[in-house]
Design a protein around this ligand. Sequence first.
Ligand code: AMP
Length: 363
Amino acid sequence: MMNIGILGAGQLGRMLALAGYPLGHRFRFLDPASDSPAGLLADHLALDYSDTSALEQFANGLDVVTYEFENVPVEAARYLEKFVPVYPPPMALEKAQDRFVEKSFFQELGIPAPKFESGLSNRIADGIGFPAVLKTRRMGYDGKGQVVAHSQAELESGLLKPIADKADSFILEEFVAFDRELSIIAVRGKSGGTKFYPLIENRHRDGILRLSLVIGNITAELQKQAEEYAQRILSALDYVGVLTIEFFEKDGQLLANEMAPRVHNSGHWTIEGAITSQFENQVRAVCDAPLGSTSPLGVCAMVNLVGTLPDETSILKIEGAHLHLYDKAPRPKRKLGHITLVEKDVTTLNKKLDEIRKVYAEF
Ligand code: AMP
């Protein structure tokens, strides 16, 4: 039994605790928001990450600390390290919090990424051209803090203003007309053992993940490429825990878009769809326990419930549909829950997805 502290008490924290209780662990959360999805499950300190006495109170009696979102202030993670081991290493937060630092890190490790420039800008560097994606360096997620510019005129017409008001530094990226979006979820234990889940195909709308599929449509070569790139990051950071990398696939090649030093929305299918879920493997990794098998149990899908919720009874009537709700009030673009399916073949999986669509057409 370990006492595990989690920074952030959102749905990912909630699912980490749900995976850790059967192993006998105890959980404690730190999150300034008082009505968080994980709040009902465990002790929850609703105090600020910058409050050092709150951090000390949180750390008291814990065996290990981990986190469920990448915008945990690095200083808080480093401060906690004085009292208790913190995994993944806070250096992973530093790399993931700033898109320019992150893409430069990919470059250093020889991981292909879209062309990019640092910039504060109403001018696109010649090498990037149009269309280009402008993103805030920090705090962007689910498509927030980014805009696609098609011409210099568009840029000069104040297109940037909505995001420029919220940030002062940007990254300019080549727009990639990708074939697919894929992600890999890797997990590395304290003694260095590593496992990978199969590449996941992800479909987004308005920058928000709507559907993830694990349906055997990935070549062994592509899987190998993704695992090699993930391995470089894991080794470079002497990583412990789950790491996710999101890629664009273009002409059979992978370009890294971003990394998340945590469990990931595109891995929710693993709860019912893999021998060991990403959440359990994160718990195992930070507790120095053997990692569990990442093999899928069938063909899998995950449908995100974003902004509105479907009628619960209608979803539960669909055989094999597993409903997960996060105890969050509906709000536009907010992730409120998800549904997972595990089936023997793609035809059956597609039939079930059609049944879900009749009740909930948002994906
Ligand atoms: P991000 O916040 O960087 O994950 O971006 C959210 C979504 O916007 C991605 O999942 C893509 O669908 C899209 N996107 C981001 N960057 C690019 C790019 N450089 N080219 C094309 N689409 C992009």
